[in-house]
Design a protein around this ligand. Structure first.
Ligand code: ARG
Length: 565
């Protein structure tokens, strides 16, 4: 049962002019508990009823009889306030969590619908740096969140494995590279070559032409170019896989930019057929003046294709292959213009499904001193961040308990979790500054704090060593502290839906934090393992419902919930 819905239904009987959905959307949570559990503001009704809001509120409050889980209805200024029956709340919530277990929070809302999520998508031969963590972690959380609501999901890693930078790398490798050195430490070595290319090309601009020529060779299937490119790609993928393993992230497809190399002629033909292709100083473009956008570049002077061309081919391919209902691109906000152009060109090509493409942007990650730049070679490697976080966690665990079991696994779950949680703590679009201290801090509103709360629940349940059932006296959980915990648990599915609607995993992050805080307060104020068997049973059920909900919430963020820490 949904309490808000019950309140809304009671209101609906008195207010004909609003739909049930409208009423639900107006309902608020009063600022303090003494005022009630839900409040309905009457200000917007003043026009319809031609009466002052407080008079309307008084009227409505007087007409609604307490029934079901509504225990009291009062007028407070321009609001109708509702109190819900706390033991009913406990009964409903605990029954649901204990029966549904790991499925608590899930639904079949998206059954039969497919969502593609394009995320992570690092560039080959370039480091997987801290800037990539956001797309990787946000994309994975969105995958889990949609998946929990029954959507059929397709995770695509649109690798940046094509383009003129490969021409540069080939030139640099042929000039200065050494196979063994690269194989011993692929990405940093390839990065060095890339950086050196840029340094020297400043003095010898003709190197740029050479690089372009090598990329054209690659596009035309030249054996030497292809072999080098394949090798760069394989070596890079090995490194990326290590990071994905640490994060427990998988993809359904690694169809990156190169995958579309034989699919671009068709796209260019289609654009031509629609009469959209224009020549401009030797290049081919789609003019988007009418939409206040700069032109979309389709081919360069030498005929080679671009990031845009490959994204056009990719979108069409995905629609034809997966018949998606929605396709999310989890990519930094710097690329907003690119996606506006991409979606507009597809719309102009007559694809009505272009409306189902969504750019899910996120803010930039800056380093504490200065910004990172691949060309300059000053980067923080994601793998280093994760490994350091794991090391630090291991130290903390062993300091507290030198005989702790399973330390490596727990340190991995908590250390990686700390980094992931930090990424998902703020709204996506906020820029943020990466700091080692903050990332490795385990106090306050952090992942380890939530995981620790979960482990604490596990410890209590272990110690109790008795069966947890929902066959309890629910009136024993009608106190303020329990109700606060239960109200948060009850809101789980609503939080998931809201985070899906906005593509904002941080709403789920907030949920687990709120739950951990409410529970810790309860735990601080109330002993659980009391002698009174009835009370103990009731509280253990509350602990188990909390534990399960935290575990389910963390799972949606791509985090583990260890039982011991
Ligand atoms: N490789 C690109 C980058 O690192 C991101 C690709 C995003 N996906 C896409 N379909 N454009 O900036």
């Amino acid at each position: 049962m949904d309490f808000k819905l019950e309140v809304a239904s009671a209101l609906k009987e008195q207010i004909e002019d609003l739909t049930l959905e409208e009423i639900q959307s107006y309902i608020e949570i009063p600022p303090n508990k003494e005022m009630g559990d839900y409040a309905f503001p009457c200000f917007k009704l003043a026009k319809i009823f031609r009466k002052a809001p407080n008079m309307i509120a008084e009227d409505i409050a007087g007409k609604i009889e307490p029934k079901g889980s509504i225990s009291k209805v009062v007028q407070l200024g321009g609001y109708v306030n509702f109190f819900v029956d706390k033991s009913k709340l406990a009964e409903t919530v605990i029954n649901k969590v204990l029966t549904e277990k790991e499925n608590y929070g899930k639904s079949e809302l998206g059954k039969g619908k497919t969502v593609v999520v394009d995320f992570s998508s690092p560039n080959i031969a370039k480091p997987f740096h801290i800037g990539h963590i956001r797309t990787t972690v946000i994309g994975n959380a969105l995958y889990k969140i949609y998946n929990s609501q029954g959507y059929n999901m397709v995770r695509i890693n649109h690798l940046g494995d094509y383009g003129t930078q490969f021409g540069k790398l080939i030139v640099a490798f042929k000039l200065w590279g050494d196979k063994e050195t690269v194989e011993s430490n692929p990405i940093p070595e390839l990065l060095k070559l890339y950086v050196r290319f840029h340094d020297e090309a400043e003095v010898h601009p003709e190197m740029e032409d050479e690089a372009r020529a090598w990329f054209t060779k690659l596009e035309n299937g030249d054996e030497e170019a292809k072999a080098l490119w394949q090798w760069f790609r394989d070596e890079s993928l090995k490194e990326f896989s290590r990071v994905y393993d640490l994060l427990d992230i998988e993809f359904d497809s690694y169809a990156g930019e190169s995958f579309y190399s034989d699919k671009m002629d068709r796209v260019i033909d289609l654009i031509k057929e629609k009469g959209l292709l224009e020549e401009s100083e030797g290049t081919n473009i789609v003019n988007l003046d009418a939409y206040n956008l700069t032109p979309a570049l389709i081919t360069k002077k030498d005929g080679s294709t671009l990031y845009m061309t490959r994204d056009l081919a990719a979108a069409i391919y995905r629609k034809e292959t997966y018949d998606f209902d929605k396709c999310l691109y989890v990519v930094g906000s710097q690329q907003a213009l690119h996606f506006q152009q991409l979606f507009k060109v597809l719309e102009l090509m007559g694809y009505e499904w272009s409306k189902d493409l969504v750019h899910v942007p996120f803010g930039m990650v800056a380093l504490e001193s200065g910004t990172m730049s691949t060309r300059k070679g000053r980067v923080v490697f994601l793998e280093d961040v994760l490994r350091q976080a794991i090391e630090k966690t291991k130290d903390i665990i062993l300091t507290k308990n030198p005989n702790a079991e399973n330390v490596d696994e727990i340190a991995k779950q908590v250390g990686v979790g700390a980094v992931v949680f930090q990424e998902l703590s703020n709204s996506r679009i906020k820029d943020y500054t990466f700091s080692w201290d903050k990332t490795l801090s385990f106090d306050g509103e952090t992942g380890p704090y939530v995981q620790y709360t979960h482990a604490r629940c596990c410890a209590v349940l272990r110690k109790a060593n008795e069966e947890v059932t929902s066959d309890i006296d629910y009136s024993l959980l009608s106190d303020e502290g329990s109700s606060e915990v239960l109200k948060v648990i009850e809101s789980f599915n609503k939080c998931i839906l809201a985070s899906m609607k906005k593509n904002e995993p941080h709403i789920v992050t907030r949920f687990v934090l709120d739950l951990a805080q409410a529970f810790n307060k309860f735990y601080h104020d109330n002993p659980i393992l009391v002698d009174d068997a009835e009370l103990r049973k009731a509280r253990l059920a509350l602990v188990e419902a909390t534990r399960q909900s935290i575990e389910n919430g963390l799972a949606l963020l791509g985090m583990h919930a260890p039982h011991k820490m």
